[in-house]
Design a protein around this ligand. Sequence first.
Ligand SMILES: [Zn+2]
Length: 248
Amino acid sequence: MHKVYLRFYEELNDFLPEEKRKKRFAHQFIDRTSVKDLIESIGIPHTEVDMILVNGKSVNFKYLINDGDDISVYPVFESLDITDVQHLRAKPLRKPKFVADVHLGRLTRYLRMIGLDVLYKNNFNDDEIVQLSLKEKRAILTKDRGILKRNEVTHGYWVRNTKVEEQVMEILERFDLKNQIKEFSRCIECNELLLQIEKEKIDQQLPPKVVKSQNEFYKCPSCKKIYWKGSHYQRMLTFIHSLKNIEH
Ligand SMILES: [Zn+2]
């Protein structure tokens, strides 16, 4: 039996049981494995990890662990530039696009509401999600960390919160998107970009009350749904303002 010492930093502790959080702990193993397999066997997907120090030196995921190694594991710091070490995570996507798993339907609608590009279907399977992520350079948003442990996955994020408003804030902070909020730009149902449309072209399809009180309309070119700043708008606006006011 061999033994190594492990310490996980910052939000990587979210994946650990209470007794292993924010402290150095011993871990025993029989066969030598890569440090990636070791970290994932403890429950942390590699997409969450940006830096690994073994006995003070930075290593990559393929590093084979040795008896007695002292291993420190750091998460992705989106906006912090640590030079002179080996960053393990693929470069952040400049303008993040997402593909969400089947558990994140409500979050998807909220993210589209503030203009973010999120693919979602309630019957996506893991293979489809991974393929879309790789083909279209989309970060995977998931409540299932299993999918993030797959070797081919480069960009992914395990959503911690369960309340949708908190999930939205979590995503905006993690991907540094607070300045990219653009309400009324995307269809909540199908993710298409909305087009502004003149009232005269659609007033036959609208309730008379809306025709009378509204002047600004948007239409989805795909599902044809029409959007206007109606009764839900004020509530939505309050929420969006609260998002924009998150401290940097
Ligand atoms: Zn639509």
